[in-house]
Design a protein around this ligand. Sequence first.
Ligand code: NI
Length: 181
Amino acid sequence: MKINQKEVKFAQLGDEVLKRQALMVADFQSIQTSEIIKTMMTALLNSKGVGLAAPQIFHSLAIVIIASRPSKRYPLAPEMEPIVMINPSFKVLLTDKIKDWEGCLSVSGVRALVPRYKKIKINYFDQQGHKQKLIAEDFIARIFQHEYDHLNGLVYLDRVEDDEDIISEAAFQEMMQQLCD
Ligand code: NI
């Protein structure tokens, strides 16, 4: 895929846009909506993230992209085609929560163990305004719950249960290196 190299600035922890409740998208096919999605997609693919929410690029709208694939940031991530989800919601299918590592393009330099539901059913609209659903498990379910929180003014650090579950990006990379060796 050819990627536009234009730099996109991500909102950072403390920025007001990350604390706001995102608005529902009213017009799925408007030029504004498709421009925002295009910018999000470019930013996500360039940044080696696995998911992105519109507030992270300073648009307080209910749009997320999940795009899991292995990278230096997430060496163990499964590969999938990116999915754009507009006005998403979800139901919990398995109430067990699992702790695993997360990071965020809006929270530089740290990683943390975050409890998330293992299995969920996501309802959303695609870019044509059609209703879609996805049953998601494990890492994909985790990415979605992380991005969904951004639409509700939360970041993953808000979900951390123990201070000791937060480590530096450098310590995380070192740990992943050992796992992969
Ligand atoms: Ni994030």
